[in-house]
Design a protein around this ligand. Sequence first.
Ligand SMILES: Nc1nc2c(ncn2[C@@H]2O[C@H](COP(=O)(O)OP(=O)(O)O)[C@@H](O)[C@H]2O)c(=O)[nH]1
Ligand SMILES: [Mg+2]
Length: 183
Amino acid sequence: MRAKFIGSFTENFPKDEKKHVVFIGRSNVGKSSLINMIVGTNIAKVSKEPGRTRSVNFFLLEDYNLYLVDLPGYGFAKVSKAQRERWKKLIEDYIRECWENIKLVFLLMDSLVGPTELDFMAAEWLEAWKIPYLVVFTKSDKASQKDISLSLSKLREKIDSHVILTSSKEGRGKKELLKYVLS
Ligand SMILES: Nc1nc2c(ncn2[C@@H]2O[C@H](COP(=O)(O)OP(=O)(O)O)[C@@H](O)[C@H]2O)c(=O)[nH]1
Ligand SMILES: [Mg+2]
């Protein structure tokens, strides 16, 4: 798939008619890896240390006229209150500026860890903004069938979104993700 890194933004996000497919989730949950799996090349930086992404990364899918948008991850314990406030403002600025362009948000959760309080908050937020979203479980290669069932039942206490099971390590779920990205 032809894809191009457009840039990292903290303001003045690209303003055009293209639709956005957005990736959000805890820091280290596997957002960049999933984008790489979808695109088929290592276009997004995968980091060893959590909490690296501090800006909103835009990738253009040239043949489909849409952006994949990688939002900075939340829930990284070692950040200061000021950094958390900056994160919140950045996400709010992005949503305020680009709301009309957002086609779909993938809300990523670790298959093994399951949904966290912050994930539920993110979901509530998306619902309040009336932004369509789907839950994606990542790193399924690290979780047993039993772990996955447990994570699913935790999720079902509050959210009844369809869940896409993925592993960027094994290439699992690529076809289904693409179906939603391109539909
Ligand atoms: N086992 C396994 N590890 C993964 C998978 N996806 C990502 N990782 C690892 O998780 C870490 C964080 O990945 P990254 O994509 O940078 O997460 P991000 O912070 O959400 O963008 C890296 O060490 C990845 O190699 C997966 O599907 N399986
Ligand atoms: Mg990342």
